[in-house]
Design a protein around this ligand. Structure first.
Ligand SMILES: Cc1cc2nc3c(=O)[nH]c(=O)nc-3n(C[C@H](O)[C@H](O)[C@H](O)COP(=O)(O)OP(=O)(O)OC[C@H]3O[C@@H](n4cnc5c(N)ncnc54)[C@H](O)[C@@H]3O)c2cc1C
Length: 385
């Protein structure tokens, strides 16, 4: 059982994070949305000083070593403010956490202490412009002179402007998938930005090109051919993180909608007294309640050391559908003014759309959940087949 940080220390940390979110980061929303650029000179020191970079780094490497139960509400809080900031925090923590689980001692010692301060960071490099993910990858790592030579292209790789290392998935040997930690300044490795995104604005999701990039054998994570397994483990918990992001965005959308329903008066009454509007609010609350329950179940099981492939795919899928419904209803409650940038609901609506894509689109979640169900998954989390 992973208990995480002792409760009083956790409460202190949570207060510190909330203060950073609402006092220092939320006021930057307009600026980031206008400039479509995150002012790293302000945001990164705030995140570092609040402890946001080390949330999932084990304590032996200087991090906070939070349990998943403790981490989810903090990530959800980040999902209430400008989405580009949430994405930085999510990707940094998610892949520091993945490295702490799948990296060897030397890899962890080289990266994790620096990850606590944000000085080092691992980006996740899976998606490709010319191929599908997993077994279809086109990037290759051919054995050469005791190491590997990497060739191929990746794109949509978040934090590509910040990362010191890239966890690159490539085909090795006879075509099996392997994972390699590639340093940013490796000769032959170039990074170009993509156009700005619909929501979660300001971060960079770059195109990575590997042209005969030499990577030492020590960069291999685990053994050759273990890449698919690492991928599944990393994505399993990271999908829960996306669902927590859906929860935070939904909570903020409801909070704004309740305030608007109380204050907007038409035909002599606040709109919150109209049964039709009450239905929107009730449905938003129901989605949030259900998502909270699913997240609590997934977090408990993971902290108990159990695998949760079905739960993580289902909560990720339910979360994106829930935040889709909730942000849609938030716009309806706000009426025409909600379509303008006067209130953050239009931003929440755009930010939420990324949750469809992060850690795999819906068709992948259906595939994983159905595969588990067909092989005998039971809702206690134990396979019966
Ligand atoms: C802002 C942003 C940040 C991102 N960050 C990262 C990152 O840090 N690292 C990273 O590796 N990726 C990242 N991604 C990529 C993201 O994970 C993918 O976009 C997503 O998984 C979908 O893959 P794709 O874009 O290749 O879509 P495609 O595979 O081209 O899919 C297009 C459509 O076809 C469907 N489809 C494709 N293949 C199949 C199939 N075999 N069976 C059924 N349906 C199928 C998909 O569900 C989808 O509806 C990011 C994306 C965005 C937008």
């Amino acid at each position: 059982m992973h208990d995480g940080l002792p409760e009083p220390e956790y409460q202190r940390l949570a207060k510190q994070i909330h203060r950073a979110i609402w006092d220092d980061l939320d006021p930057l929303e307009q600026r980031i949305e206008d400039e479509e650029r995150i002012p790293y000179d302000i945001v990164l020191p705030v995140l570092r000083d609040a402890g946001a970079f080390g949330l999932l780094v084990p304590r032996e490497y200087g991090g906070k070593g939070l349990s998943i139960r403790q981490y989810l509400p903090l990530l959800a809080e980040f999902a209430k403010i400008q989405g580009g900031i949430r994405v930085i925090v999510h990707v940094h923590n998610s892949f520091a956490h993945a490295l702490s689980e799948i990296g060897n001692d030397a890899q962890k010692a080289a990266i994790l202490p620096g990850a606590v301060t944000g000085e080092k960071s691992v980006a996740f490099a899976l998606t490709e412009p010319d191929h599908g993910t997993g077994a279809d990858l086109g990037t290759t790592a051919a054995r050469d002179d005791g190491g590997y030579v990497l060739n191929g292209r990746k794109w949509l790789i978040t934090n590509s402007d910040l990362a010191s290392h890239f966890l690159v998935f490539a085909k090795t040997g006879t075509g099996e998938v392997s994972a390699l930690l590639v340093e940013r300044d490796s000769p032959g490795f170039t990074i170009e930005p993509l156009p700005e995104t619909m929501g979660c604005k300001g971060g960079e999701h770059g195109v990575l090109t590997f042209e005969n990039v030499r990577v030492p054998a020590s960069a291999l994570v685990g053994s050759e051919g273990e890449g698919q397994e690492h991928l599944e483990r990393a994505l399993e918990i990271s999908r829960v993180f996306i669902a927590a992001s859906s929860l935070g965005t939904s909570e903020r959308a409801l909070e704004l909608s309740l305030a608007h329903a109380r204050s907007r008066v038409t035909f002599g009454k606040p709109i919150g007294q109209r049964q039709a509007v009450q239905r929107y609010l009730a449905e938003m609350g129901t989605d949030i309640y259900a998502l909270r329950g699913m997240l609590a179940d997934a977090a408990r099981k993971w902290d108990e050391g159990r695998r949760i492939p079905a739960e993580s795919a289902m909560v990720k899928q339910f979360g994106l559908e829930a935040v889709g419904r909730v942000t849609d209803r938030a716009l309806l409650v706000h009426g025409g003014i909600g379509y303008t940038r006067r209130h953050p609901v239009e931003r929440l609506y755009r930010d939420a759309r990324l949750n469809w894509l992060e850690e795999g689109p819906p068709t992948v979640q259906y595939l994983v959940a159905a595969r588990e169900l067909l092989s005998g998954y039971s809702f206690t989390g134990e396979a019966t087949g």
